[in-house]
Ligand binder design. Structure first.
Ligand SMILES: C[S@@+](CC[C@H](N)C(=O)[O-])C[C@H]1O[C@@H](n2cnc3c(N)ncnc32)[C@H](O)[C@@H]1O
Length: 238
């Protein structure tokens, strides 16, 4: 991640995602962590919504990898309200391809972060993650084959009342190149209908086919396990 694309979206993040993927992942992820006791790396921990869940569902030590200073600031703030989280969670201020922990971990969890990696970056990602997992260790991430994106007009994706203000998020697909989709996201705050703050960010996300992911992960030494729709569970060959 070269620039902190998340900086302007952070005040909107928990508002938006609490009624988006996080609620679904809370249901699906918990059973997939069964038996994990010692150590977890979480890739792209964001503001810590999933970190809290991992901490609740396992007694494990957690390495929360988060390259964005803005996201990480909320994450540490979240940890600071709970002494148990502060004791168990180490926040690593780096990207996933630079992660290195003292001993290989039992499990790696990556929620809504895979799309940040281009095809070339994914090859390195799988290699690095395989090196950080113990033999037989578990890799869990959310993934769903998506309908093809279509360039179009901006659409409002979420609107939230915060005191006297309304926080509104909009999105617009600008262009598509193979698995890569470039979109513009708008972050607007209004008071009585008057705009008091407005920012936008253009990001390119990567949405490979599941078939391609399966090929990449198998080549990196992972084997696929059963998982509910929307989740992927793989383990590193022993
Ligand atoms: C959509 S957010 C998901 C955050 C959190 N997992 C959740 O579900 O609420 C994606 C996160 O991935 C992080 N990210 C982006 N590039 C990354 C990289 N190269 N390595 C690790 N994390 C990355 C972003 O900074 C962001 O916090």
């Amino acid at each position: 991640m070269d620039e902190d694309n998340y900086a302007v979206s952070v005040p909107f993040y928990d508002l938006w995602h609490e009624d988006g993927h996080v609620a679904v992942v809370r249901e699906l992820l918990s059973p997939l962590l069964a038996g994990v006791r010692r150590s977890v790396i979480e890739i792209g921990a964001g503001t810590g919504l999933i970190t809290e869940l991992i901490a609740r569902e396992t007694p494990a030590e957690i390495y929360a990898v988060e390259p964005s200073l803005a996201m990480r600031s909320v994450l540490v703030s979240r940890l600071s309200s709970d002494p148990e989280l502060l004791r168990r969670v180490t926040v690593l201020p780096c990207g996933a391809r630079d992660v290195e922990v003292d001993e290989p971990v039992e499990a790696i969890v990556m929620i809504s972060a895979l799309q940040s990696f281009s095809a070339d970056e994914r090859a390195e990602l799988w290699r690095v993650l395989a090196g950080q997992l113990e033999p037989g260790g578990r890799l869990v991430f959310n993934w769903r084959e998506r309908a093809a994106a279509v360039p179009g007009e901006p659409q409002v994706m979420g609107s939230y009342q915060v005191g006297r203000h309304v926080y509104e998020i909009s999105g617009q697909v600008l262009g598509i190149a193979g698995e890569s989709v470039t979109s513009r996201f708008g972050y607007r705050i209004t008071q009585h209908g008057v705009v008091i703050s407005e920012d936008e960010v253009t990001v390119t996300n990567h949405w490979p086919s599941t078939e391609r992911l399966v090929t990449e992960l198998a080549a990196a030494g992972f084997a696929r396990d059963d998982a509910p729709l929307g989740m992927e569970v793989w383990h590193l060959a022993k």
